[in-house]
Design a protein around this ligand. Structure first.
Ligand code: PGA
Length: 254
């Protein structure tokens, strides 16, 4: 799913979009064959996406979260099995909002990724530094810890199911985007950490950029070969913006 070398444009809707908005988004959606596109809606809408899936071809459907347990007495959680029943292709793991607001730690993230690999569900593993960490020159150290404390410890991590999203915490939902230079620099760090900590078959693992990506900055970010695509929050809520960013990616790819 993630190894086809196409630019990957994913939307993370977070806890937004009502039923009408979900339906009209997919009516307005434009798909582009040269790239991979996908959306992570709120979990109950995954079932609707399954119904419209035949109309949207290879469009990827993702979950924003999964339980770290396979099943059982875990009120309020959604299991990986349920998500695979609704043909979810991938799940986000380690998003900074889940790390910060829901106190998710490395041990929990390893369990979630183990379950995803077992069920053939792709993982977009999110990492990124805070402003304070950046200002104290700790970006490489933080990214390295976030990656090496988790990925090498996953049982049977599969390259075709693995994708990284570099999302500087200070750029998420703030309107502040990393400059293309900052993003490229961080993506190079991630690539080198991967090559030092995972087997060679992970050398082509795509690395997405996330954090206030919008139509006006997509070109300068996505034109860099180090940036394999984008994980988009706010700007993915409007089909017109999502279409525009996808078009920019498709033109770069072509
Ligand atoms: P944003 O969110 O595009 O609204 O900054 C990105 C994300 O949280 O994945």
């Amino acid at each position: 799913m993630f190894l086809n070398q196409k630019k990957i444009i994913l939307g993370n809707w977070k806890m937004n979009q009502n039923l009408d908005q979900v339906r009209s988004f997919f009516e307005e959606l434009e798909t582009f064959g040269d790239i991979s596109q996908g959306i992570c809606p709120q979990a109950p809408y995954l079932s609707i996406l399954e119904n419209i899936r035949p109309k949207i071809g290879n469009f990827l459907v993702g979950s924003q979260n999964i339980s770290s347990e396979a099943s059982g007495a875990f009120t309020g959680e959604t299991s990986i099995q349920t998500l695979s029943d609704f043909s979810s292709n991938f799940t986000l793991v380690g998003h900074s909002e889940r790390r910060q607001l829901f106190h998710e730690n490395d041990e929990l993230l390893i369990k979630k990724i183990n379950l995803s690999m077992e069920h053939g569900v792709g993982v977009v593993f999110c990492i990124g530094e805070t402003l304070e960490q950046r200002e104290s020159n700790r970006v490489n150290e933080v990214l390295s810890a976030q990656l090496t404390n988790v990925l090498p410890k996953v049982q049977n991590l599969k390259p075709e199911l693995t994708c990284i999203a570099y999302e500087p915490v200070w750029a998420i939902g703030t309107g502040k985007t990393a400059t293309a230079k900052q993003a490229v620099e961080a993506h190079r760090m991630v690539k080198s950490i991967i090559s030092n900590s995972l087997p060679a078959k992970f050398s082509k693992t795509p690395i997405l950029y996330g954090g206030s990506v919008k139509p006006s900055n997509a070109q300068e970010l996505l034109e860099n070969p180090e940036i394999s695509g984008a994980l988009i929050g706010g700007a993915s809520l409007k089909a017109s913006d999502f279409n525009e960013i996808s078009r920019i990616a498709a033109n770069i790819q072509a």
